[in-house]
Structures are given as C-alpha cells and as structure tokens.
Design a protein around this ligand. Structure first.
Ligand code: BES
Ligand code: MN
Ligand code: ZN
Length: 509
C-alpha cells in the first residue's frame, strides 16, 4: 500500500473517498470537516441535525458528493467524546475507516490526520497512529484462501493544511509503516499452521526477512546446540522428528555499547509432549491454537528486524529457541533431569512446562552477550489469562527502572503490561529434591512460579519477563479485545512495544 503526505485542503482532493471526522455532540463541524461540509452544501450538518451522524466512537457515515467536491464520496468517522479521546482511539478510528473502504471494494482514499492538535496530541504521533491503525486493521491472513476476494486498498493520501509539518509527517509515516509491517510479519508467522513453520522452515523465513532488513542472522543447528550444551532445549526437542534451531538475530546500530537482548519462546507446536493436552476440553484452549506458542519468538525477531529497518542507534539482539513439543517414544519423560546452558540442572516434572526450559537455555546464552538488559516474551502460562485476561501481558522484573521503561512503552503503544510480584516465598514451590530446580510449581500462582523459574537463569542480568499467553492471540469471544486494528488470530503483540522501548532507550532513564 502506497502512503503519500500532501499539503492542502482536503475538500479539494480528488479521490474515491475523502475521510473526515467528528467528535460526539458537535453540531457545527469546524476545521477540515467544516470545510468539506461547506463545500458540499452543508450535508454533514444536516445529517447531524437529523441524528444520522452523531460522532459516536467508530461510527461511519458514507455518502456520495454529487460532484460538489472532486472526491467521489465523503466519509465521516466518529471520534467519540472529546474528553475520552486517546491516541489509541486514533488507531481504531483509522482502522475502522480503512476496513470499511476496503470492504466496499474501493482502492484509494484521502484522509485527514485524526486527532492532530486535539489536546496535547502532536501531529507526528497522530500521523503515526493513523498509519499504524490502517495497516494493522487491514491485515488479513489469506495465505490459504483459494477463493480470496482480492479487495485491496492500493493508496492512501494523508492530507494536512499545515505546510511546516511535512518532514515530521513523512518521518512518522516511515516509523509507522515499519512497525506495522513487522507486526504483520510476526502475525503471519504466528498464524501460519505448524506444518509450515517447523523450526527449519521458521529459520528460513527469518533468514529472508533478515536479508531484506539488513540484520545479521546466525542459526545454530542440533549438532551445534549439543556441542554448546543446550540441554533443556534438546530435552524438549527429543520427542519430535523435527530438529530444533536456535536463532541469533542482531542489529548493530549502537557502536561499542552493550546490546539490549530480546528472548522469545519459539515452540512451533505445543502438544504438551508426554503430558499430552486434550484436543478440546471445557475451559481450556483447543489444541490447535498451540501453534501460537511461538508468539514470543515472532515478536522478539520482528522488533529487531524493525530496529534494523529504522536504523535505530542501539545494538539489539533477538534470541529464539525453536522446537516442537511432541509425544513419542523418544520424548522426555516426567522425572527426567536435564542440564541447562549455564550448568544448572532441571528436573522435568511436567513435559508440558516446556517454555521455561527452552528459555532457561536462551537466558544462559544471553548472559554471554553481557547485555544492558534482557526482556523475554513467552506464551508461558494459561494462568496469566486467568489473572489478567487478554488485555495485558503479565510483567515480571528484577529491576524497577527496566519495568518502568516497559510501562512507558506500553502506555505509548497501548500494548499493555501489568506487573506481578517475584517475592522469595514463591521459590519454595520450585525447589527440587533431585536437581537444582524443578520445572513446575503447581497450580497456585502458576504464572509467578514460572517467572521465578526464569529469574534463576537471569541471575546477574537486568531482566524482565512478559507472559503473553493472553495477549498474543485474539478471538471473537467476549474476553478478547475488540479493537478495530486487532483482527482475529495473531495480534503481533510485542513488536511495537519493544521497538518503542529501543527508540526511547537513550532519551529516558
Ligand atoms: N504454551 C503453554 C501455555 C499456554 C496455555 C499458552 C494456553 C497459551 C494458552 C505452556 O507451555 C503450558 O503448557 N503451560 C502449562 C504449565 C503447567 C504445565 C505448569 C499451563 O499453563 O497449564
Ligand atoms: Mn506446554
Ligand atoms: Zn508452551
């Protein structure tokens, strides 16, 4: 999709649709909406008077312009109440408009920058949100649809009156395009069926993406992993005929500074292993959705690819342990003891608690990079959904400053985090009688004991863990977010959050 920035009066724009907006309760629109209203003979005001346009959040009205302006149609989107307005509403309004226009079978539109100048919202941020909203909202996973409708928006023109701001707008368009494109890259990986993203195939896809973005990728295979001592990852992989991989993706933009490392859980299918999950059972997810158990890896990789494309002046590395978790005659068994990358031994009491195992090795490897900070992302526990639902990731950290950085990035991107405790008392639950630590802590505080397990492997590093089991996948059920820019399936959660973290790394402490 082509995105242009233009200066001028949108009422004079020639396009299939001209998109303007309205706050709820406004009787006589001003600004660009007022200009269009005047040009078309006050039809917008008339429809407000009859109650056909109210400005309610995400309301859409479209009507022909009858050649009173060069644009063929006028669309008025509702911004909702002025006092409830947020940057995230800009993303939603923009997504709503773009989807409606696409579904009408149209290919181009011109739009104002929703929210620019409202309160203290600056034009750059608003532009970024408009572009992100449209690109994220228009996303569809159609890879396997042979009867796809082929409706597609080809070009969008962002029209603004203020000439001075063109540079800032172009920068914002670039940032937003990269963020949304890499979020959609992560979504494609997560939505892909597991037979098309075995660890080897997954590595191939990332190799292509790394080449295109100008990032460096190293892929460790099963022989190298064995030689280097990735005992936990290999233990999980034992049950599968597909060999594991370990990806190291880096963007070097920060000279000699130490890297910021992202670690992502990459279970390309989690059957539960010998502790086989039910195909479907009340109150739990059906087994097929466990293809999204690599959402952490997709987000970590997507963020570093975005950092490379944006040429951010930081060193960023994504680590992704990739394997299937399968049951078989060679699968690891309850009670098996494995040795992690750093040397600590782990008693595998539940083969379905495999995420923390592969992350243990990855965190051990991260330590060899002497990072400034490590953030891991993992669809780690069903329990985090019980605690927070699907509206926030559970955040755990051994460092308040890093936690606050993530909270600020979450605020800016609306990819929410909510901090949970790492109190020492929880250690009791993962004490092992036979090894250094065991991989389950029982049902009580399941997300916290999983985080406590990871904390042991993150010792000596500034570290945060995000449990994204709730946020990585969107359904139509009432507990899922109903945001216009989050289509059903993979959300791509984490890419925008992590990119924002990197962007702000130097300016905020
Ligand atoms: N991948 C799952 C966690 C999960 C569950 C993610 C539901 C998304 C939706 C993880 O590997 C797992 O199986 N966790 C177990 C841990 C338990 C065995 C200690 C769980 O949450 O039940
Ligand atoms: Mn599992
Ligand atoms: Zn899992």
């Amino acid at each position: 999709m082509k995105i242009d920035v233009e200066i001028g009066d949108i009422a004079r724009w020639e396009d299939e649709v001209v998109v303007v907006n309205l706050f709820e309760g406004v009787g006589h629109p001003g600004g660009a909406t007022g200009a269009v209203d005047t040009a078309i003979g006050h039809q917008i005001s008339a429809m407000i008077a009859t109650g056909d346009i109210t400005g309610r959040f995400k309301e859409v009205a479209v009507f022909p312009s009858f050649d009173r302006i060069p644009g063929n149609r006028v669309m008025v989107v509702g911004l909702g109440k002025r006092e409830e307005f947020t940057l995230d509403r800009v993303r939603e309004v923009s997504a709503t408009a773009a989807i409606k226009i696409r579904d009408m079978g149209l290919r181009t539109f011109a739009t104002v920058i929703h929210g620019a100048g409202v309160g203290n919202l600056d034009l750059g941020d608003a532009t970024e949100a408009v572009v992100e909203g449209a690109l994220l909202g228009l996303y569809r996973y159609t890879e396997h649809k042979t009867d796809n409708d082929h409706k597609k928006i080809e070009s969008v023109t962002l029209v603004n009156l203020d000439k001075v701001a063109v540079g800032a707008m172009r920068d914002a368009v670039h940032r937003a395009s990269v963020n949304a494109t890499m979020t959609n890259f992560a979504r494609d990986l997560v939505n892909a069926p597991s037979n098309e993203k075995t660890p080897r195939m997954f590595a191939d896809r990332v190799r292509d993406a790394a080449k295109a973005a100008g990032a460096k990728l190293t892929v460790l295979d099963e022989k190298q992993l064995a030689a280097m001592g990735f005992g936990c990852l290999l233990g999980v992989a034992k049950g599968s005929v597909e060999p594991p991989r370990f990806l190291v993706l880096s963007h070097d933009g920060g000279g000699k500074s130490k890297p910021i490392v992202f670690v992502g859980k990459g279970i390309t299918f989690d059957s539960g292993g010998i502790a086989l999950k039910p195909l479907e059972a009340p109150g739990t997810d059906p087994m097929w959705v466990m293809r999204y158990d690599m959402g952490g890896a997709a987000a970590a990789l997507g963020a570093v690819l975005a950092a490379a494309r944006l040429k951010l002046r930081v060193n960023a590395v994504a680590l992704a342990p990739l394997t299937e978790n399968m049951p078989s005659g060679s699968a690891q068994k309850p009670g098996d003891i494995v040795r992690s990358f750093g040397g600590k031994t782990v008693e595998v009491l539940n083969p379905d608690a495999e995420g923390r195992l592969v992350l243990a090795d990855a965190l051990g490897y991260a330590k060899t990079l002497k990072p400034q900070a490590v953030v891991d992302l993992a669809t780690l526990t069903g329990a985090v959904k019980v605690a927070l639902g699907k509206h926030a990731a559970g955040m755990f950290s051994n460092d308040d400053a890093l936690a606050h950085r993530l909270e600020r990035a979450a605020e800016a991107t609306s990819e929410r985090v909510w901090r949970l405790p790492l109190w020492d008392e929880y250690n009791e639950q993962i004490q092992s009688d036979f090894a250094d630590i065991k991989n389950t802590g029982g049902r009580s505080a399941g997300s916290i004991t999983a985080a406590k397990f990871l904390e042991r492997f993150a010792e000596g590093m500034t570290w945060a863990h995000l449990d994204i089991a709730g946020t990585a996948w969107v359904e139509s059920a009432p507990d899922s977010p109903k945001k216009a820019y989050l289509p059903t399936g993979a959300s791509g959660y984490g890419v925008r959050l992590l990119v924002r973290l990197l962007q702000d790394w130097k300016t905020t402490g």
